[in-house]
Design a protein around this ligand. Sequence first.
Ligand code: B12
Ligand code: SF4
Length: 559
Amino acid sequence: MKLLLTSVFGPYGVDDEYGKKENKMELFHNQVTREQGIFSYRFNHGSQGLYFLKENIDIPTAVLDFPTFKRFKQELKNDYDYIGISFIIPNFKKAKAMAQVIRKLSPKSKIILGGHGVNIPNIEGMIDHDVICRGEGVYFLRKLFGENVDKPIRHPLEYSSFNRQVMGAPWPSDSGILITGLGCANKCRFCATSHFFGNYIPYLKTGQEIFDICCRYEDEKGITDFGVLDENFLKMKDRALELLELMEKNDRYFTFAIFSSAETLKEIGDLDVLVRMGVTFVWIGVESKKEVYAKNKGTHFQSLFEELRKRGISILASSILFLEEHDKDTIWEDVDFVTSLNPDYLQFAPLGPIPGTKLYNDYEKQGKVIKDIPYESQHGQGKIWFHHDHFSRDESEALLRKAFKTDYKRNGASILRAIKTALGGYLYCRSNADERIQRRSKYYKKRLEMMRYFLSASTIFAQNTRTESLLKEIKKSYRAEFGRMNFSSRLKSLLVVFLSIKEYLRCRVVGDLRVPKTSYRSSNKVYNHKVQPAKASYKIGLNRKLRTIGTNSLGISEG
Ligand code: B12
Ligand code: SF4
């Protein structure tokens, strides 16, 4: 018995018969720092769900990630008994084409469909298949293959992202992924994942389990920094506190980038606990100035954000546009509100009725969902796909762009905001009376050293006055805290300048597309993701050095 698990084929982020240019395989560049030009972060994320499935079933399994259609067809020569296609709604056409070609080239293979795409209404009649996995996949596959469903979860050791670049220079890929659980009990009306998984499904139920995996990561790969794929990690408060206790008891410290709702952060109470826990990045849904969602009731975001950033915790805030409450004025009140909070990163997401959610059911009943919008256009980076009382589809696209640009102009480049937060964190920890907090200053110091190399290039490319003033302020703090740069650091800064100019020209001349390379893993063969712009000659020498000089935890994903 042999299983192939595959993601959909590329190229991604181009207009072709299967997809749209807005479906780039990039988180920050497409959904967060998208209007920040050369300052935008360029990271790729592997299909973590597939590696997680492979690790947790016994039958020989191969994972094919980011194939081309041609490469996928070649793989079909390997006589798989089962082929699982993982897809999300905007990739419907790709999944359909893959199923068709399986039937033609490997007729004996059984097709399993999985991932959020299976929520498309009447999917059964739309894509050729044998089995559909609706929701959680590990227990589903174990059951399908007659394995013991209750055996313990095995966690793979995977990098949280790869092929990372900022301003054309390599950004260290040294964070691991932790998948502690799926879904979220809050079930906010619009939220795709919480509805898809029904409720919160914890994979790692105790702090001890998480701690053991972190230790394995460190022992086997030297990784101490993690992106936590869990919609609301701190919601299992006891689990998080047990993890903290174990780190302090065993004198082994890790850092984490997490998602959290405001209500859960408040439950933790003392934010210093987060510092001790090693939380360095948190993604929070602000959604709207008005308390539309229960999770944000009674939250004073201004002070919450100030307190977090003061402690060195970078914030990615997300805000929803085109809510029912929004008209041409109130929508700008929300943009003004969320940009005034000055998070390090800001994501604007248009409200999107996604099949499976309560929002979709409501809008469907009210006849608001526009039926003839192709699935590949239901991605959230362009036009809305429902009737709004105050905005046309074209207006929605233009407004979304303007909101991102407003944030950029008002708050400056995100990389500098993050540096400012890290500087704050360094000072906060270094001068803290509590030794448990003090020891966290090492993390910031190391990170700040690496980030300093980006300041000269930032000076050249600063596009607005806020970026310029941030730069001045940051440079001053660096000099005050760490003195002037030594010769080797200057050299590295120069290299970043060179790379950033090169990247700038590349984007101007050939466009800014970066597509992840195909990765294939089976029991005996491994072709891993490679650093993408292979043509770039700086891939040697100093580049290798740069890759070893720091750590960060930004390689995570959206909520
Ligand atoms: C990481 C991520 C990305 C990465 C992509 C990584 C990749 N290699 O595909 C990036 C940042 C590039 C990305 C981009 C986009 N994403 Co995205 N992404 C995520 C995120 C945050 C995590 C996914 C993940 O790894 N989860 C953890 C794993 C363990 O869970 P899982 O993948 O769901 O897999 C489990 C089950 O679903 C199931 N399963 C999954 N596949 C299969 C297959 C088989 C055969 C079986 C049996 C089971 C199975 O088993 C797994 C274990 O239980 C999710 C939100 C979330 N928290 O889940 C959004 C999410 C999947 N993305 C979404 C969207 C809309 C997009 C974009 C269209 C947005 C955009 N335009 O910018 C693009 C599309 C890019 C493209 N060309 O495909 C939506 C999908 C909505 C929907 N209903 O279809 C989500 C749910 C976010 C949201 N809240 O709306 N994304
Ligand atoms: S939006 Fe956030 S808090 Fe609400 S259900 Fe989804 S993950 Fe939970």
